[in-house]
Design a protein around this ligand. Structure first.
Ligand code: BGC
Length: 919
């Protein structure tokens, strides 16, 4: 975090004048490092550095080669793009021949700019093709022979094989591995990599992911050993409340170790019947229930070549790999990202010790202790405490999230589980012999290893805590799939939560690979006739998706397009999106979405407001039709664009006829309905004004409180701001009384609560049947916070009518998505005196930092090379300066207009400091 803060905030670091033009930070499919992908034309991106204002790329040249030597000697045998006149520096499809199975590609790029400058070639980056087909594995699914009863978690299989390598110089060794279940790989006595819960969660009947590790420095000539431990995970452990064995009944591992020598030959060690297996110390492991570990059963050096495995049994090897594609994981795996020391620990009334980590988190605990052999320690995990200081676990429903450790009695012992995670702030430790120390428990926070890209800070500490809560909620719940919550027996990829939060997520982290993978999970779960699910990966029993849940199938790809400029995802999923909308149309000939919405959740968890479900449903039907028409336009499907635009207009007409009364009131008359109708552009100009007025009146009637649930919460502040009611938007955001965002913050929340009334003074805890303290959906306000407080407003800019925002999910206006052109448009309010926002965009760092002193507005901004911005500067007059000079006459700043309390300027790349007078 410290490092990231330095990158995101430091304004002048490295800013020495005369830094020459260069291309750096090369990525493939949105990821840094060696990327493994089966994309035939993976997309390549880079950032540009230049200290000269107004720098834009005018051309690029990419070289790709099968070896570093060829690349560096100027012989790009895979691809020489030639000098391409283009501003594009993000997501350029590789244009060389398709790589062979497992083949590497080394690449670099040079760029030209609008000042006639050119860069040298960048540093070299690498991507590798995955194995093209399951036949390329030559390996078998294996597991330990056992007589276990698979209706409950069985001891985790330990698998191993010793092998010899010839006395030859090793050029490279690569381990590819997967599991039906979970696996942790080992080589020569040590764990390989630091990934958790691999191979990750997909519908294992549709696709299974694998991971690739460079293990060149882990193998040697002579004796070696490879090993794997398997866990149940999503594959055969508990998923939600559906019970165990959703995809299979026991875990199996798959491995292929390729050792390439300098002489061009290679050896391959694969998982097959020659491996040996045994049970070990992990007696049971389950993501919801927890892990039980008996250290007395450890095998010691079991993954070393010297280990005596004569008592282990030959493994069971499956006859064939099956028909399910086994694909390289296209996004970041889960990893531990932070360790937390307890802020306190106390004995509770039952004699157990309760550790407080000071932060609600997703992950597990590391236990450190000295205890006699056979001593049993039980760890239970909870998000909150009862009034008497004991842990509150009723809201976990059937999830036990309990770990058990049996000591081996060998002095200091340290343990952490491999195959389970919990949602918790408090750890109850029972069975300790003596007094614990602050080192007895360490909290380990884990999640999909997303690159943090955004920071937002303001002069209001409560808002900063809210932003903190949003970030922590996202970091933990973005675990393999965007989950609803991490603690109770649920933890599913609920689509409604995912769609409402997606825009916020794009500010906090680079979620392009993560959500792109998840959109594939959504597509995998679509029914043949077009229905998107409620949760993805699909699990049993949750049927056709509800309005605003199923619509994640159109909204999430659209959001990724707006925020990353990725049109490929629209192109790839266009057929699914169109089919979905046509399915609703076919089931509802009058265009009011009432059929095929059997699981309609309405405006889930709204408060004292009842939004009629068909009205909400029809709003989303219209919105999805609109997204499909825009997607068709963007991907060059002219006829579809026209047809879906027409459908959108017809749904809009039907909506107005059925649900909008002559006085402009929408049937149901709730905040959420007005907000959706405004944001989804469902009303005539006159009724827009009325809708805004009804919305304002409803909020006033509630003394400045909201009534929105999951569906309305992310749209209410944007709708108010767009309707010219920015002050009221701030009032809602800053409200401290219930229901409000700051209500939970004032009560010490460190993540976003599932419900506005998760706990209240009057009623205490809400119904434990549904009361999570770590659910990010209401955190969807974060998008507005970055855009309106922070002032980073992604393109495209708002349309001239101002009818819908360019930055939110509306995205109606023309312009360049993905931040090649964007707005810098802070709209201060709520008594804030300063705010600063920063975002590592696809073009580099954007900074938007403002401060009000007296009547002076000071605005420091940074526009990354190869992008442009329009800055809207609050100003009472045209008397605006940049770095002390009249802004109109400064290099790199082009005056655009003045009016309605702000001056606007077009900016090329660079750093600028504006000052204006507010009065
Ligand atoms: C989940 C939600 C989800 C909802 C559907 C709940 O149990 O936790 O977040 O969206 O069901 O209404």
């Amino acid at each position: 975090m410290m490092m990231l803060e330095a990158i995101l905030w430091s304004v002048a670091a490295g800013a020495a004048l005369g830094v020459p033009l260069r291309a750096h930070t090369l990525t493939c499919e949105g990821m840094a490092g060696t990327v493994h992908t089966n994309e035939p034309s993976p997309r390549l991106s880079w950032l540009i550095e230049s200290e000269t204002r107004g720098t834009a790329q005018t051309a690029y040249q990419v070289h790709a080669a099968t070896s570093v030597a060829l690349l560096e000697s100027g012989k790009p045998d895979l691809w020489d793009s030639g000098k391409v006149a283009s501003r594009q520096s993000y997501l350029i499809p590789y244009g060389g021949r398709r790589l062979r199975s497992g083949e590497p590609s080394f690449w670099r790029v040079r760029v030209w700019d609008n000042y006639g400058g050119s860069s040298p070639f960048s540093a070299t980056a690498e991507w590798r093709s995955g194995l093209h087909s399951t036949n390329d594995w030559g390996a078998k699914w294996i597991t330990a022979a056992t007589s276990a009863d698979f209706s409950k978690s069985a001891p985790a299989p330990y698998l191993r094989k010793a092998f010899d390598l010839p006395k030859k110089s090793i050029a490279r060794a690569t381990l590819r591995a997967s599991a039906r279940g979970l696996y942790v790989p080992f080589l020569n006595g040590r764990r390989v990599g630091a990934d958790s819960f691999t191979p990750g969660w997909t519908d294992y009947n549709r696709r299974i992911q694998y991971q690739t590790y460079d293990v060149t420095d882990r193998v040697m000539s002579g004796p070696n050993a490879i090993g794997m431990v398997l866990g149940d995970g999503w594959y055969c452990g508990h998923v939600c409340w559906f019970g165990r064995n959703q995809y299979g009944s026991f875990p199996e591992g798959l491995a292929r170790l390729t050792v390439e020598y300098d002489d061009g030959k290679q050896d391959v060690i694969v998982s097959d019947g020659s491996w040996k297996g045994s049970a070990g110390p992990i007696l049971a492991s389950d993501m919801l229930m927890g892990e039980a570990y008996d250290a007395r059963r450890e095998h010691g050096s079991w993954s070393e070549s010297t280990f005596d495995d004569s008592k282990w049994l030959p493994v069971l090897a499956a006859g064939s790999l099956g028909h399910v594609p086994i694909v390289p994981q296209p996004c970041e795996p889960v990893r531990a990202w932070k360790e937390l020391a307890p802020v306190s620990f106390k004995k509770d009334k039952n004699g157990a010790w309760v550790f407080d980590l000071g932060q609600n988190l997703v992950g597990w605990a590391r236990l450190k202790l000295s205890a006699p052999a056979g001593a049993e320690i039980h760890l239970r995990f909870a998000e909150v405490l009862n009034a008497d200081g004991t842990i509150y676990v009723t809201n976990l429903r059937s999830a036990k999230q309990t770990d058990t450790y049996v000591a081996k009695g060998a002095g200091e012992e340290t343990w952490e589980p491999l195959f389970t995670f919990h949602g918790f702030r408090y750890v109850e430790v029972a069975g300790l012999a003596g007094e614990p120390t602050s080192e007895t428990i360490t909290g380990i926070a884990a999640g999909s290893d997303l690159e943090q890209t955004g920071l937002l800070e303001t002069s209001n500490p409560l808002l900063n805590q809210l932003q903190h809560n949003i970030w922590w909620g996202m970091r933990g719940n973005y675990l393999e799939v965007p989950t609803d919550c991490p603690q109770r027996d649920e933890r599913l990829g609920w689509m409604g939560d995912a769609q409402i939060f997606a825009a916020t997520a794009t500010f906090n982290a680079n979620v392009l690979p993560f959500l792109t993978k998840w959109v594939t999970d959504v597509a995998d779960a679509q029914t043949p006739d077009g229905a998107f699910p409620n949760v993805a990966p699909q699990s049993i029993g949750l049927g056709d998706g509800a309005p605003a849940w199923a619509d994640a199938g159109t909204i999430v790809p659209w959001t990724l397009y707006l925020r990353y400029g990725d049109a490929r995802i629209l192109d790839r999923h266009f057929g699914n999106m169109a089919k979905y909308v046509r399915m609703i149309e076919a089931a509802n000939p009058d265009l009011l979405w009432r059929n095929r919405s059997s699981h309609n959740f309405g405006d889930w968890l709204s408060i004292e407001a009842d939004t009629p479900r068909p009205v909400l449903a029809t709003s989303y039907f219209a919105h999805s039709a609109w997204i499909v028409s825009r997607s068709a336009e963007i991907t060059g499907r002219t006829d579809d664009a026209r047809a879906f635009k027409k459908l959108f207009e017809e749904i809009r007409k039907a909506f107005n006829k059925a649900y909008v009364k002559p006085d402009g009131r929408i049937e149901g008359d709730t905040q959420t309905l007005y907000v959706l109708a405004l944001r989804f552009d469902l009303l005539s100009a006159e009724n827009r004004k009325r809708a805004a007025r009804f919305l304002v009146e409803d909020i006033q009637k509630r003394k400045g409180h909201l009534s929105t649930g999951f569906v309305g919460c992310g749209h209410i502040l944007p709708a108010l701001t767009e309707a010219g009611e920015n002050d009221l938007a701030y009032e809602l955001l800053l409200k401290e009384t219930f229901p409000s965002w700051l209500y939970s913050v004032k009560r010490g929340a460190t993540t976003i609560w599932e419900r506005w009334d998760g706990w209240t003074e009057e009623k205490g805890f809400q119904d434990p049947g549904m009361n999570s303290f770590n659910h990010y959906a209401f955190g969807s306000v974060g998008d507005w916070m970055y855009r309106v407080i922070g002032g980073i407003e992604p393109g495209p800019p708002p349309s001239p009518s101002g009818s819908s925002s360019g930055g939110g999910q509306g995205g109606r206006g023309p312009g360049a998505p993905g931040y090649q052109s964007f707005l810098l448009r802070p709209r201060p309010g709520g008594g804030l005196t300063w705010a600063r926002a920063s975002l590592l965009s696809p073009y580099g760092r954007i900074v938007s930092s403002w401060r009000i002193e007296g009547d002076v507005f000071e605005y420091t901004v940074e526009v990354p090379p190869n992008s442009t911005a329009v800055a809207w500067i609050p100003a009472a007059s045209e008397d605006v300066t940049e770095s002390g000079k009249p802004a109109r006459s400064v290099d790199g700043v082009r005056y655009s207009s003045f009016g309605k309390g702000h001056a606007t300027y077009e900016l090329g790349s660079g750093k600028y400091v504006f000052r204006s007078k507010l009065r």
